[in-house]
Structures are given as C-alpha cells and as structure tokens.
Design a protein around this ligand. Structure first.
Ligand SMILES: Cc1cc2nc3c(=O)[nH]c(=O)nc-3n(C[C@H](O)[C@H](O)[C@H](O)COP(=O)(O)OP(=O)(O)OC[C@H]3O[C@@H](n4cnc5c(N)ncnc54)[C@H](O)[C@@H]3O)c2cc1C
Length: 587
C-alpha cells in the first residue's frame, strides 16, 4: 500500500502554547499550516500551567519592562542572552492584552484591570521591593491560554493532525529540512508530511527524572529529533527543580501560593528561607529555594516520620482567598497529599519541572548551529519555539511566569519570520526518496526488536539514574557513574520488546520511540553537566561550588556523534539598552 503524503507551507510539530501561537500567526497570514500533536491539542502540557504569565502591566504595584528584564537576566544567573530577554520583556504587555482579546479570562481587580500576583525573583527598581508581575487566570492560566489559542486556530482554519506522533525530521543531503515523518497513532500507519518550513514546538523533557511535575508526554521528542538530524542541543545541564512539588509524588504546587503569602517551615516550625534569602525569603529564585529545602532535609531538619520533606503553610491566608485564588491547588493537595490546605500545611520537596536547555535558536525562532567560519548559521527551513527551544531567555534558571511568556512571544516571532521566509521560497524543494527511506528505517528496525526487555522497566531505571546522578546536587564521580549507567541502558534498547503484529493503538511502539528519545537527552544532560566545572543557577556542583564567569560565561552545545561538547559565547549585548554585567546574585 502506498504511503500517505501530505504537503503544507508549514508544519508545526506540537500543539502547546508555543506551537499554537505560531500556527495562529501563520494561518491568519493565509499560510497553509498543519499542526501535528501526539495528544489532542488541548491536552498539551501548557494546559497544566497554574500560576500565570509575566508582563510589567503595573496594575497592582509600579512596574516597567526594564525592571522585568533586569530580574530575568539576574534570575538566569547571567547566562541568558540579553538581546532575546529585552525583546521578550518589551513585548510582554502587548501580548497579554492580545491574549485577553483572544478570550483568555484573566482574573480581575475591583477596578476591572487584570489581576497580577507576586512571583519569585521579581523586583521593583532593579532589585528593590517585591514586584507583582504575574497575570493570572486563578490558578489555571495555562488552561485558559491553551483553550483560547486552540479556538482561535480553529477559527483561522489551521489544519490539525490530532494524535499523530512525529518520529523524525526529513532532511535532504544538503541539510534542508523538508518536513517530518509521523505515525497515525490510531492506525499505526506512517504519514509523510512535507513542508517548506518546519517548526519544532514539542515542549520539555520532564520525564527524564523520576519525581517531576510534568505529564507523561513530556519526553523531549523534538530535541531528540534535532539531535538525530545532526543539530546540537544547548545548555542541557540546566534543569529547574521546582521547590514545591508534592512530597513523594512530584505534582506541582504553584509558586503563586507563596506569592499569595504562603511560606515554608521545617521540622522546628522555623521559616528557614529567612536564613537563606533574608530579603526575598520564600520568593527567592527557584534554584535558591530548592537548594535550601534539600539542605534542610539533608541536615536533619526535614518533616514527617522519614524527615524527607518540608511544609508549605497557607492556612493563615483564610478559606476565602484559597477558594477564590487557589482552587486547583486545594484540589491537588486534597487528592495527592490527603491534606486540605485550608486546615493543614502541604508536605513538599523539589521536583523536576522545567528544561532550560534545548534546540539553539535566535530570537526569530530560527534554529542556529555553529558554521565552519566559527560564526552561527541558520538551518534552512527549520524553526523551534517554546520549552524545546533555547533562545536563551532563561539561561541557568527560569523565573516563574516567564515560560508562558516565552512560548507566546517566540511562537509569534517564529510565525512572523516564517511568513517572510515563505514569501521568498514559494516552491517546495523536491523530497528525495532516500530521505523518506532513512526516516522509515528507524520505525521498521524498531518493529523487529524482540529481546524481552520491558520499555516501562527501562524507563523507570533511566529516571532513577538521572535523579540520583544528575539531580539537585552534583559532583564528577557521581555523574560519571550515572553516565556509565545511561550508556548501559542505551545498549539494552537493542533488546526491547516491541509488538508489531497489531499496530492499531499500539502504544507500546510509541512508548519505545519516546524511550529512545529520553535516552538521547539523558546522555546530553549528563555529558553537559560533567563538562561544566562551576555552579551556576540550577547546576550546582559540590566539587566546583562557585560561579566562574572568567571561564564559564558561555553556552554548552552537545552533539550526538561522539558525545562531543562545544561552547559558544553568551549574547551579553541587549538591543537598545545597556547590558546588565554579571554580579553576585543575592536575594
Ligand atoms: C505543572 C506545571 C505548571 C506550570 N506553570 C507555569 C506557570 O504558571 N507559568 C509559566 O510561565 N510557566 C509554567 N509552566 C511551564 C510552562 O507551562 C511550559 O514551559 C509551557 O507551557 C510549554 O509549552 P510548549 O508549547 O513549549 O509545550 P507543551 O505545552 O508541552 O506542548 C508540547 C506539544 O508537543 C506535542 N508533541 C510532543 N512530542 C511530539 C511528537 N513526537 N509528535 C507530535 N507531537 C508531539 C505534544 O502533543 C504537545 O502538543 C508550568 C509547567 C508545569 C509542568
């Protein structure tokens, strides 16, 4: 039977906020755009975002985009690219209003303006008093944004391939990306989707760690596809551990809880963040709070029979505030921790949350790689946006509320750049048969594997190795042991059992493809983390406890072949304002 071929101007892989914002820009410009998603679009992980999206509207306290920029640069531990950060912070207010016009039901102040809550790492006047910058739709902001963007895309006639799994990019011998190979999950049949431009918007890779706040679908597929196409991934040593995951389970309790006045206590009932961050206390940056919790537990001041967590107290906020502003959090705490926060504190511990690294892009969403000249060049026809990309606005540590902003700003920017690209490239390049055959080889080879090794079992082992050997605290020997174990798991992938007799709804086959992707990114993470001999942001090394700007103010690039590392400079120069030079980071 002949394989199905479809052709579009643009293929967007991923229907989260990043993919949908880009698709909307394109569909409104009358481009023929297709969105592929392995889950129904409104089940994409953006739906889970709770606390809100940052923009210096100044509705609650004085604010401006330049203060937001300062906080983001400082929050990134100076590894963020300052041109991209300026671009994002300047665009924020306009894009929040645009979302409101798309139908996002933001929570209101009595004046009718959009409500804004304080989040960690936010300040007024370049490091002064706490700011209130996070625009929220109760504690279901991502849900509201994703549904509005999906509805707008339906109106604009974007074409959706729901429940199709993209397995690999289609790349010709000259390096042009000509679309992707996808599998229709319902029928198991492969489909070739040709496109003049391809945007990867497949989200992060939270499933790399056993305890995480992410959905099962967050397996880093797009980043792994890029690696297999010869593109490096950037800054993969930087994973954000959110301070307040439900202890032992991982589900997120939003920073918005501390923004509303909740605080952390240890076994002795002490508000310990006053010792670690005297000024910002519980609203210090996430890397700072996560390390503080881990240290409290490590030094014997943890709570519960095992002393393995701390408590997040919010009962003093009163039942009305909790019911009105944090209803989803209350549900999660009752369901997963068995406590009603109106009456008792929630047991919490850091949980893997956000992938700061990803596919390297410029601020137009173009994927950029090192050229032979030493400069950077764009991969023709290839774009990335959202959590799978590294533009890099989050550097070594993302500030809460900046990711929903990132996906909307850079999804839109990529859409605009693609519109210009399409105006200059009106014809499809020919798709060589060999390109499709190469992508099909991986699927066919996978179907033949019969070694008896369980995919679910190997995934669990991988997650446990990553948690132990590349978690909150790291040192060389520990990570090298982890690397050896990840390599051994990679060998065992050849012996996984993949049933192929009945391809229809064969989720085992999809899970095997996802596991291969996870292993690629585990290697990228551990190798990049061993390479970076300093502590910066979320990357905390016991053998190199200090930040070292002299040698390490640079981005890591990991290449799949030979597990090679390279480095490139941080873009320290903003677009119009003076740079914020690196200085000691205190909260
Ligand atoms: C619990 C939680 C709460 C959060 N709260 C906030 C918050 O309050 N504020 C904030 O700024 N950030 C928050 N974040 C972070 C933020 O939500 C995410 O970074 C952001 O939504 C990611 O959006 P995205 O479009 O990049 O990817 P996603 O929304 O993850 O979407 C990825 C898409 O790619 C598709 N996909 C993946 N692989 C494939 C494949 N192989 N084939 C086809 N399709 C594929 C998926 O189906 C999905 O459609 C939170 C994160 C979590 C985990």
């Amino acid at each position: 039977m002949a394989m199905t071929h479809r052709r579009f101007d643009t293929l967007v892989i991923g229907a989260g906020g990043g993919g949908l914002r880009a698709a909307l820009q394109l569909a409104e410009a009358h481009a023929d755009v297709a969105v592929v998603s392995k889950v129904f679009p409104t089940r994409s992980h953006t739906v889970a975002a709770q606390g809100g999206m940052n923009a210096a509207l100044g509705n609650v306290l004085p604010d401006n985009w330049h203060w937001h920029m300062y906080d983001t640069v400082k929050g990134s531990d100076y590894l963020g690219d300052q041109d991209a950060i300026e671009y994002m912070c300047r665009a924020a207010s306009r894009l929040v209003i645009e979302l409101e016009h798309y139908g996002v039901p933001f929570t209101r102040l009595d004046s009718g303006q959009i409500y804004q809550r304080p989040f960690g790492g936010q300040s007024q006047d370049f490091g002064g008093d706490q700011a209130a910058r996070t625009c929220a739709a109760a504690d279901r902001t991502g849900h509201a944004i994703l549904h509005s963007l999906y509805q707008q895309n339906l109106r604009a006639k974007t074409h959706f391939f729901d429940e199709f799994f993209a397995s690999d990019l289609l790349v010709d011998d000259e390096g042009y990306v000509l679309g992707a190979l996808a599998v229709d999950i319902a029928s198991g049949e492969p489909v070739v989707i040709e496109a003049k431009t391809t945007l990867i918007a497949t989200g992060g890779v939270g499933q790399l760690y056993r305890t995480n706040t992410n959905a099962l679908i967050n397996t880093g597929d797009g980043m792994a596809m890029a690696l297999r196409a010869g593109i490096p991934v950037q800054d993969m040593e930087f994973f954000q551990f959110h301070p307040t995951g439900i202890a032992g389970k991982g589900m997120l309790i939003t920073e918005g809880v501390r923004g509303e006045g909740g605080y952390l206590v240890n076994r002795d009932g002490e508000r310990f963040m006053e010792r670690y961050a005297p000024h910002a206390k519980d609203l210090a940056s996430r890397d700072v709070v996560s390390r503080a919790i881990a240290l409290e537990v490590h030094e014997g001041r943890g709570c519960g029979p095992e002393g393995d967590h701390v408590l997040l107290k919010l009962d003093h906020l009163g039942a009305d505030v909790i019911r009105k502003r944090l209803p989803g959090i209350r549900d999660s705490a009752i369901t997963f921790a068995g406590v009603d926060p109106i009456e008792a504190p929630i047991p919490v511990f850091p949980s893997n949350h956000y992938t700061m690294g990803g596919i390297p892009t410029d601020r137009f969403g173009q994927v950029v790689v090192p050229a032979r000249t030493g400069a950077e060049e764009a991969v023709p026809g290839l774009y990335a946006a959202g959590e799978c990309a590294c533009v890099s606005v989050h550097g070594a540590n993302r500030l809460g509320g900046n990711s929903l902003l990132d996906i909307v700003v850079f999804g839109r920017a990529a859409g605009n750049h693609i519109i210009d690209f399409l105006a200059e490239h009106r014809q499809h390049r020919p798709l060589p048969a060999a390109t499709v055959e190469r992508a099909m080889e991986r699927l066919n080879e996978l179907d033949g594997r019969r070694g008896g090794e369980s995919v679910a079992g190997l995934k669990k082992e991988l997650q446990a190795v990553m948690e132990k050997h590349a978690g909150v605290f790291r040192y060389r020997e520990l990570m090298e042991q982890g690397l050896a174990q990840v390599k051994a798991i990679k060998e065992r992938l050849a012996h996984i059992e993949v049933r192929d007799r009945n391809r229809v709804f064969n989720t085992a086959r999809i899970e095997a493809l996802e596991l291969e992707n996870l292993v690629e990114l585990a290697l990228a993470t551990v190798v990049s983390a061993i390479g970076r001999e300093e502590s910066r942001g979320a990357h905390s090394r016991e053998d190199f406890p200090d930040r070292n700007d002299q040698d390490w103010l640079k981005h890591t690039l990991f290449f799949r072949d030979d597990l090679r590392l390279d480095y490139k400079p941080v873009r320290l120069k903003p677009l119009t304002v003076d740079a914020f030079p690196p200085k000691e980071r205190v909260y």
